[in-house]
Design a binder for this molecule. Structure first.
Ligand code: NAP
Length: 248
């Protein structure tokens, strides 16, 4: 809780661009103090500046979330500076695509460390004060690939499916302390991550989307905003697909 303003404090990883940036801005608009974390100071710093310049409250911190020690050090510093962080959104993620037989150990490990092990470290570091405080929200940004798999993304799909198992488990472990944990499984959302796909892949993807278009970053930010609110206090351990109907 931000004692000065009596508002909740939310930490969003990967807040420098795309979905994380939209989540950070939306949570700030809802009145939360937002801690924007990303790999490069320039990107999370610009988002925090933009929130502050538009009447919100935000701070930026560059952390490589794939480094467990860096996450622990950051969590300790943030705990000292801000007290209990009430809301954790694990959103930072990368892709290193390739068919299984051609996938290097390096590509497997970097995706697992950035997308999944990072969530373990943040949940461990910030979950304890949340449970002590008897209020908390954890939202993990998984993917449709973690729900149904995707050829060429063994590392990514395994990490995203792992996030779902982690979410359901911590939902059970933390429930008695009124800390909820939920996962979002976005489909194709228009960001830098999907801009990198070639037109052929984009056209093929749209064939599998019943709503016949890619989603927007706000489509994810709005459901995260709800799940972080008081209104969502009885929702935990769930996976919400926001994918234009892909996984129905
Ligand atoms: P994006 O535009 O590529 O942005 C990724 C963000 O993650 C950036 O802010 C980046 O930091 C940060 N990040 C990457 N590696 C990091 C690290 N090691 N340490 C700290 N921060 C790191 O991605 P996006 O499309 O918004 O995706 C956000 C999340 O949604 C990801 O977990 C992704 O898997 C998931 N998702 C996306 C889609 C989609 O269609 N876009 C679909 C399903 C799931 P910098 O800004 O500092 O570089």
């Amino acid at each position: 809780m931000d004692e000065e303003t009596n508002t909740r404090i939310a930490l969003v990883t990967g807040a420098g661009r795309g979905i994380g940036k939209a989540i950070a801005k939306t949570l700030a608009t809802s009145g939360h103090t937002v801690l924007c974390v990303s790999k490069n100071e320039s990107s999370c710093g610009a988002v925090a500046d933009s929130i502050n310049n538009n009447g919100g409250r935000a701070h930026a911190l560059a952390v490589d979330v794939s480094d467990g020690n860096a996450v622990q050090t950051a969590a300790e510093k943030l705990g000292k500076d801000f007290g209990t962080i009430d809301i954790l959104v694990n959103n930072a993620g990368i892709t290193r695509d390739g068919l299984l037989f051609r996938m290097s150990d390096e590509d497997w490990n970097s995706v697992l460390e950035t997308n999944l092990t990072s969530c373990f470290h943040w949940c461990k570091a910030l979950g304890r004060p949340m449970t002590r405080n008897r209020w908390g929200r954890i939202i993990n940004i998984s993917s449709v690939a973690g729900v149904v798999g995707n050829a060429g993304q063994a590392n990514y799909a395994a990490a995203k499916a792992g996030m779902i198992g982690l979410t359901k488990t911590i939902a059970k472990e933390f429930a008695a302390r009124s800390v909820t944990a939920n996962a979002i499984a976005p489909g194709f959302i228009r960001t830098d991550m999907t801009d990198g796909l070639n037109d052929e892949i984009k056209e093929a993807a749209i064939k599998f989307i019943p709503l016949k278009r890619f989603g927007e970053v706000e489509d994810i930010a709005h459901i995260v905003d709800f799940l972080c609110s008081e209104k969502a206090g009885y929702v935990t351990g769930q996976v919400f697909s926001v994918d234009g109907g892909m996984a129905m």
